[in-house]
Design a protein around this ligand. Structure first.
Ligand SMILES: N[C@@H](CCC(=O)N[C@@H](CS)C(=O)NCC(=O)O)C(=O)O
Length: 122
């Protein structure tokens, strides 16, 4: 019991950090590695799609923090990385992002939220 309170406080703080990040940045990608150097094929695919669409985004490397790696899974109630957030809303992981991109829905999600893309759907 002696350690229960500090651990709870730490969990709260990472949840608050994530909440603040996704609310204060239009597009956030929780990934393995960085946008410049992805460390996993799934994260690399999402980076490739976002770069192709041409939308600015903030990347968070979960490999740099186990607390963030587990915290984002709890925050989204989603078991894997990568995870994409747009305007504070969880969009999905690699499969969902890829399918939305192929259907033109990802680009529409950005433009409908007032986020400029360099590569709109024709
Ligand atoms: N089907 C998933 C693929 C992503 C995936 O399976 N990620 C795994 C391996 S990189 C993962 O995050 N496992 C939990 C972990 O590494 O903490 C998606 O659409 O995003």
């Amino acid at each position: 019991m002696a350690f229960a309170a500090p651990q709870k406080d730490r969990i709260m703080s990472i949840q608050q950090f994530i909440d603040n990040e996704v609310k204060s940045n239009d597009v956030v990608l929780f990934m393995k590695g960085t946008p410049q150097a992805p460390m996993c094929g799934f994260s690399a695919q999402v980076v490739q799609i976002l770069d192709h669409v041409g939308v600015p985004y903030k990347g968070h490397n979960v490999l740099a923090s186990d607390e963030l790696r587990e915290g984002i899974k709890a925050f989204s109630n989603w078991p894997t990385i990568p995870q994409l957030y747009v305007k504070g809303e969880f969009v999905g992981g690699c499969d969902i992002v890829r399918e939305m991109f192929q259907a033109g829905e990802l680009q529409a999600l950005f433009t409908n939220n007032g986020i400029a893309v360099q590569q709109p759907v024709e």
